[in-house]
Every structure is written in C-alpha cells, then in structure tokens.
Write a new protein. Structure first.
Length: 84
C-alpha cells in the first residue's frame, strides 16, 4: 500500500491539533486551586517543629508549631479556599 501524505494538509492538521490542546489546557486550568498551596515543615531542632502552609497565589502563610511556647496561627486548621 503506497499512500502519499499531502504536506499542506498534514501541517494544517497538526496546527489544528496544537490549537485544540492549548484551548483545552487553558480552559481546564482556570479557577483550579490544584497546586496553589504548598506545605513544608522544619526538622526537630530542640525548639520543636513547625509546619507552614503557603498560598502561592495570594502570598499568605499559616504556621503551626509543636512547641507549646510558640503560637499556632488561628486559621491553620481551617479550609483555605472559598470553593463550595
């Protein structure tokens, strides 16, 4: 079976496919909070451990501490988004 591929048609098809992929990716990522929040913790250093939640979009940071002498932020254990 010998088939020839028209280069112009292949290029138009490839361009249309890339355009559709970009539109789908842009539409699915807007409004999503996946990856918005990062969590990190410090190691045990004699002063107790601390845990941080970082809002990478809004820049807010919440802290929780294992050390009873250090205050844990009021909103640390509360939901972080307004999504319902």
């Amino acid at each position: 079976m010998n088939t020839k591929i028209d280069n112009k048609s292949a290029l138009v098809g490839l361009g249309a496919g890339v355009l559709v992929a970009l539109v789908v990716a842009a539409a699915s990522s807007s409004g999503s909070s996946v990856g918005r929040y990062q969590i990190t913790a410090t190691g045990q250093n004699g002063n107790g451990s601390e845990c941080f939640i970082i809002d990478t979009t809004g820049g807010k940071v919440w802290k929780a501490s294992v050390n009873p002498n250090t205050k844990t932020d009021d909103g640390f254990f509360q939901p972080k988004t307004d999504e319902k």
